[in-house]
Ligand binder design. Structure first.
Ligand SMILES: *[C@@H]1O[C@H](CO)[C@@H](O)[C@H](O)[C@H]1NC(C)=O
Ligand SMILES: *[C@@H]1O[C@H](CO)[C@@H](O)[C@H](O)[C@H]1NC(C)=O
Ligand SMILES: *[C@@H]1O[C@H](CO)[C@@H](O)[C@H](O)[C@H]1NC(C)=O
Length: 372
């Protein structure tokens, strides 16, 4: 493909422009090993920002240390953590997910401080949920603040591309004012800090985590479709690593780092600015690809939590259960409504899993999540 076309594609690909592109360049989506690099940011090596979290034997770093693979096999999943904690920041990586049969698998890219604040942790999630053969990956975003584990704030979405085919850049922006989740340069969701949220808005230092693990009990069709180790190892690859923000020591009672200037810098970046074009793309994405939102789930929250902005064009698409009025066009699992305790490995499982054995799905940390 012509170089200019490629650079145009990688810079400006959005759900909306994709429709156009598929029409003009039918091959665009299928070009091999395409990478969508957003915001033109300097990237770091694994060593410059990351540490193994658990099951080191399932973490494969590239020779130049700019990318790594996380494996899940019958012994264990695997995970990494940023070496530092950040009090607000921008966390980003280009990710390619496992292909073929991925039921029961969860790949998570998230910030948390559950290892430091066990009872009142904060968390921001992008979680990819595998699917049965031939069915696409789905994903969810979520937020917890100061231990608000009984108040999940999930949204669930389909994707406008096959995330196992190419690298797309997934980002979490977390500032004192707002939170934005991105795929490439398309904002998916913005949470503006509302005073009534109190501690529910994450405000304590968090680290970045990337993990792959066996979530057979809930991830696919409400737990009916489980990981099939006939297809092991399952590998997800990460590169274009970006960690920006104010580095702090989470154990300090009185912070010795003044983050005021660093956070002002964060707010001045391109990714902190939802331009009118980006806002249009966000609207387009949400109306076509979102299939669950806690803000529209009136059975769960008769009064939507304070940060919810009811967008009528979105609201019209959902029943009071927060589910879509019209069935999705492919077989999904959104009709399952039971709640599950979700478990995933924390830092402690690194110790526990030193000896290979026992898939690391029984982390000590559990947070409530509705499985849809
Ligand atoms: C794509 O990447 C894989 C390994 O990641 C490599 O084996 C293959 O040759 C690449 N294909 C192209 C067309 O560059
Ligand atoms: C966070 O939780 C702790 C412990 O439960 C509590 O003491 C503190 O006031 C809470 N902070 C906010 C901002 O709600
Ligand atoms: C932090 O830095 C800002 C700007 O440099 C300054 O205005 C503020 O007083 C400082 N805060 C503390 C607690 O030192």
């Amino acid at each position: 493909m012509d170089h200019r076309v490629l650079s145009f594609v990688s810079k400006s690909i959005t759900p909306f422009s994709l429709l156009l592109l598929l029409y003009i360049f039918p091959a665009a989506e299928t070009a091999a090993n395409m990478t969508y690099k957003a915001f033109n940011l300097p990237t770091i090596t694994f060593k410059e920002g990351y540490s193994p979290l658990f099951s080191d034997f399932n973490i494969e770093r590239s020779p130049d240390d700019r990318s790594f693979r996380l494996l899940l096999n019958k012994f264990s999943g695997s995970g990494v953590i940023s070496t530092e904690y950040y009090n607000y920041g921008f966390f980003s990586a280009s990710i390619k997910l496992p292909a073929i049969y991925t039921a029961g698998i969860v790949v998570a890219f998230y910030t948390s401080n559950a290892d430091t604040f066990e009872k009142n942790h904060d968390e921001l999630d992008i979680e990819f949920l595998g699917n049965v053969n031939g069915q696409p990956w789905r994903f969810q975003t979520n937020m917890y603040g100061n231990g608000s584990v009984s108040r999940g704030r999930e949204e669930r979405y389909r994707m406008w591309f096959d995330p196992s085919k190419d690298f797309h850049q997934y980002s979490i922006l977390w500032t004192p004012k707002n939170i934005i989740f991105y795929i490439d340069e398309t904002p998916l969701r913005e949470i503006n800090r509302h005073p009534a949220m109190g501690g529910d808005f994450p405000a304590k230092p968090m680290a970045l985590y990337a993990t792959i693990w066996d979530a057979s009990s809930w991830a696919t069709n409400g737990g009916k479709a489980k990981v099939d180790y006939k297809y092991e190892p399952f590998a997800t690859e990460l590169k274009d690593l970006v960690l920006e923000g104010c580095i702090v020591d989470p154990s300090e009672q009185i912070p010795s780092t003044n983050c005021t200037d660093r956070n002002a810098k964060l707010l001045a970046q391109d990714y902190s600015n939802i331009t009118p074009e980006r806002r249009n793309n966000m609207k387009f994405f949400r109306e076509r690809y979102m299939y669950y939102s806690y803000c529209y789930d009136n059975l769960r929250y008769p009064v939507p939590p304070p940060e919810c902005v009811i967008v009528q064009s979105e609201r019209d698409l959902f029943r009071d259960s927060g589910r879509l009025r019209q069935k999705m066009k492919f077989g999904g699992s959104h009709s399952h409504t039971q709640s599950h305790r979700k478990h995933r490995p924390g830092r402690s499982s690194r110790r526990r899993n030193k000896v290979a054995g026992g898939a690391s799905k029984s982390g000590r940390r559990g947070s409530a999540a509705a499985a849809m």
